[in-house]
Design a protein around this ligand. Structure first.
Ligand code: TPP
Ligand code: SF4
Ligand code: MG
Length: 311
């Protein structure tokens, strides 16, 4: 039993560490994990009220290394699993982590429907433009002409452009980060997790073992930094202009980082997007305390909250 009003100790980024990652030394996914741990500490996410659904791939293993509940399903099916989890218990913070093959190849159909349904999920795609886990086949985001073990003469296909796709599909929050800048990425993730609806965060995350073209140096030099992480562009204007965002992203051939588009929160109307907020009596007091900005979680609150789900 806790004394009334006793504060649960503040959680730090290190508290979200779990196990020892087995990624290759230098893999971009380490930077993504670090950024997520930092964002979780900033938001004071409660591990027992947080779920990470991992895709199949090197990237999907992130779910094993982050202290929260984890669910590892089948290739390309992370989003329907996460949708079910969120709708079954809207108060959970549900994160999805996977790769470009998982999300933009085999699972692309699910992505379109998740964006359309606008369920309150944060989807982190570790986009290395290759299949890492299966040892270096070209993926849906590999550039045309890219030579791999499965495309020795160069890929003949046009790549998927995830940011343009998401903007055209009506996604309410679209951002791109870079694994080489975990600090900016963590700020993007804070905004994405706070966004009440589906948020896509594409992260350019180098595969140092199988992709020797899309390297840290390449992306560091090529990416234009929008600087935005809070739904405002570098000039302080809200990033609410979907078609302007689409033009800017297309003109830059997707080589931008920052928050690219965020729909005004007040215009969120879909039941799924609101589910995490209006379940119960819909008052702010009904939100899980950790979801309220600047708020710690008392032990009493935790017990009271968890009791709602008992039995
Ligand atoms: C249905 C099915 N098809 C194929 C595979 C083999 N497979 C496992 S991971 C993967 C691709 C991984 O690439 P990506 O999603 O980009 O993740 P990365 O390893 O690059 O992080 C494939 C094709 C599988 N596990 N299941
Ligand atoms: S194969 Fe590539 S994506 Fe997989 S752990 Fe190694 S560097 Fe990372
Ligand atoms: Mg990949």
């Amino acid at each position: 039993m806790s004394a009334a009003g006793e504060l649960r100790p503040a959680v730090t980024a290190a508290d979200y560490r779990l196990g020892t990652p087995t990624w290759c030394p230098g893999c971009g996914d380490y930077g993504v994990l670090r950024a997520l741990q930092k964002a979780a500490a900033e938001l004071q996410l409660v591990p027992e009220q947080t779920v990470v659904v991992g895709g199949i791939g090197c990237s999907g293993k992130l779910a094993y290394y982050f202290r929260a509940y984890a669910f590892h399903g089948v290739h390309g099916r992370a989003l329907p699993l996460a949708t079910g989890i969120k709708l079954a218990n809207p108060r959970l913070t549900v994160l999805v982590a996977g790769g470009d093959g998982d999300g933009y190849g085999i699972g692309l159909g699910h992505l379109l429907h998740a964006m359309r349904r606008d369920v309150d999920l944060t989807y982190i795609v570790m986009d290395n433009h290759i299949y890492g886990l299966t040892k270096g086949q070209y993926s849906a985001t590999s550039r045309k002409g890219f030579r791999t073990r499965s495309s020795p003469a160069g890929s003949t296909e046009e790549p998927v452009h995830p940011l343009e796709l998401a903007l055209a599909a009506g996604c309410g929050f679209v951002a791109q980060g870079f694994a080489g800048d975990p600090d900016q990425l963590s700020r993007i993730l804070v905004s994405a997790i706070r966004h009440p609806g589906f948020a896509l965060v594409n992260v350019l995350s180098p595969c140092v073992t199988f992709n020797h073209e899309d390297t840290y140096d390449h992306w560091q030099n090529a990416l234009v930094n929008l600087g935005a992480a809070d739904g405002v562009d570098p000039d302080g204007r809200p990033t609410w202009d979907r078609w302007g965002a689409l033009q800017r992203v297309a003109a830059a051939q997707e080589l931008v980082r920052g928050v690219i588009y965020q729909r005004p929160v007040d215009s969120q109307a879909t039941p799924c997007a609101k589910a995490g907020q209006v379940a119960g009596d819909g008052r702010d007091s009904d939100l899980y305390p950790a979801q309220r900005p600047g708020r710690g979680l008392t032990l009493d609150e935790q017990e009271e909250y968890l009791a709602r789900f008992a039995g």
